[in-house]
Design a binder for this molecule. Sequence first.
Ligand SMILES: [Zn+2]
Length: 177
Amino acid sequence: MDRCTGTNRRTGAPCRRYPTRGAKVCSVHGGQLPPVKRAAAWRLAEAAARRTLADQPAVLIDDPLVAFAKLASGAVAFQEFAAGHVAELGNRLVGYDADDAEYMRAVVGLYERAMDRAGKLLHAWVRLNMDERLVAVTERHADLIVQVITATLRDLGVDPDEEATRSVLGRHLRAVS
Ligand SMILES: [Zn+2]
């Protein structure tokens, strides 16, 4: 764990005390000052968020519509995560001290930003008719697959319109879809 970044005023030596939770300095070196505590609370809340999001594997964007869908879903999931933390605040609302007040402000701020972001993305989702577009992309892929298979069958001398061929083709397409 990092030590306080303050120095002993008499000797000029580094402080060596443990900093206030989330802060860079100990209580002697300003760790109890409201701006320092506020910054510390933000740092803790953001570190918690980063730990949660770090579990999400990074993926290459090959389809921006799918990427947008993932982004919007992620924003909603994060908003729910933040809402869970806000719900937990209920237990701390009785007899809270200054530290609790800073923590609450940080959590509620995080929640509000998450709500805002998820709301904007969902609004864009509705405006873009994302559901229809995603279905259209999937149908276009399916059309391409059918075209490739049909052309391949013709090249091999198999009639793709023959009943038996269609039945086998249909069975295999259903198996992979
Ligand atoms: Zn110190």
